[in-house]
Write a protein that binds this ligand. Structure first.
Ligand code: PLP
Length: 412
């Protein structure tokens, strides 16, 4: 018989950058009995989660929910707004950007890849995956597109494969400066509810996110926030779509219902997650992530190892990518740490496979969980005889002590 509880002694430290650990409050909400999704109780639940998501995306426009992982919401964004052969400009920041590019091509779009310092897919180097989106590179390319053939610009806000955050508003300004009509599509699958995101204010046309990161839910649900321009584009876009089509879902969502069988229990969880995030206050949620990220970076710096993100202003509050010395395979280290300490760290993906690992510091965590995570890393390094400059745990402790968080518990 397959054994599903792999962690009989204590808890697994799930420190990958998504799925993030699910809080007990959400697990309990999800354990309620499934109800009739066409019955009278369902409508208020549907209305609540759609409105709650809009508050988190900071939008007054529709947010569409899919019972699919984030990849499904990528496909929905492209297939609702574009037609076969359309030219799209896609910025490669890392492996998730690369996978989205591959999808666009599979969907018969003409995807042009650009990246760091104006590189294309033939000239790109691994160094490019250490940097954020350069808005000026996008602006220059759009200015050259005098025939206005580029229909959309696609970027990843929080590149989960590297731990690099990009400035979405600066990309919006670059498109406006070039006076270009392209739609702006942004993957904020790991950014949303970890770091500030403003769908309306930043002029994003389609924002894409998923359940298993800052929203602290299990995988299996994803979202499109949609601007009026994107809705208008859907009126003429010709890529085949049926299940992903926004119009029918948005129409039924007005009463809180869906045209298909929704994953009701994940929606219970989403309802609870929205309550938790709004009770805490989004700005406090963002500050909490930023503080954790700084503590973890203090540890990596003390170890004397390079951080995958080479730009201090683009360091991610969601995760930190740690580059291992050339002779050390990062996956061998990860495996050892998992087997010895039941600590799951993120693997290096694509161009950086084996060269780095990722420490997730998002969602349901606290200072001590992160200190234990850093201790696990430090013990792993010692076991495989990687010399460290100093104790990262001590540095992270010093950071957390000197930057106290708000009290976790009310005074008794
Ligand atoms: N985009 C980003 C930035 C991600 O982090 C992920 C998953 O980690 C995806 C896309 C793909 O989402 P999923 O694996 O949920 O399909």
């Amino acid at each position: 018989m397959l054994k599903l509880d792999y962690h009989p002694s204590g808890r697994n430290f799930l420190q990958v950058p998504g799925p993030s650990p699910v809080p007990d409050r959400i697990l309990r909400a999800m354990s309620l009995p499934t109800i009739d999704h066409r019955g009278p109780e369902f409508g208020p639940l549907g209305l609540k989660v759609v409105a709650g998501l809009a508050a988190i995306f900071k939008t007054r426009q529709p947010v569409v929910i899919y019972p699919a992982s984030g990849t499904g919401a990528w496909e929905a964004a492209l297939s609702n707004t574009l037609s076969s052969g359309d030219h799209v400009l896609m910025y490669e920041t890392g492996q998730f950007a690369a996978l989205w590019i591959r999808m666009a091509r599979r969907l018969s779009l003409n995807a042009e890849v650009i990246g760091w310092n104006g590189s294309d897919e033939h000239t790109a180097q691994a160094e490019g995956w250490r940097h954020s989106v350069q808005p000026e590179v996008i602006e220059q390319r759009l200015r050259r597109d005098t025939a206005r053939q580029i229909k959309a610009v696609c970027i990843v806000h929080s590149e989960t494969s590297t731990g690099v955050i990009s400035d979405v508003l600066a990309v919006r300004r670059a498109i406006d400066n070039a006076q270009h009509p392209a739609l702006l599509m942004v993957d904020t699958i790991s950014g949303l509810a970890c770091t500030d995101y403003r769908h309306d204010e930043w002029g994003v046309d389609v924002s894409i996110s998923g359940s298993q990161k800052g929203l602290m839910l299990p995988p299996g649900m994803s979202f499109n926030a949609v601007s009026p321009r994107a809705l208008a584009a859907a009126g003429t876009a010709r890529l085949p779509r049926s299940y992903w089509a926004w119009d029918e879902i948005i129409a039924m969502n007005k009463d809180g219902y869906f045209p298909y069988t929704p994953n009701t229990n994940l929606l219970y969880g989403l309802s609870e997650a929205i309550d938790m995030l709004l009770e805490e206050g989004l700005d406090n949620v963002f500050a909490r992530h930023e503080r954790w990220a700084r503590g973890v970076r203090a540890a990596v710096e003390a170890w004397g190892l390079p951080i995958q993100c080479a730009e201090p202003r683009a360091h991610s509050p969601v995760l930190t990518g740690v580059m291992t010395p050339a002779e050390i395979n990062a996956d061998r280290l990860r495996r050892l740490i998992y087997e010895r300490f039941d600590l799951s760290l993120g693997t290096g993906l694509g161009k950086v496979a084996g060269r780095m690992f990722r420490i997730g510091h998002l969602g349901n965590s606290n200072d001590l969980t992160l200190l234990a995570t850093l201790a696990g890393c430090e013990m792993g390094f010692k076991l495989i005889k990687v010399p460290l400059s100093a104790s990262g745990v001590q540095s992270a402790m010093a950071y957390f002590e000197s930057h106290p968080a708000p009290m976790l518990k009310p005074a008794v």
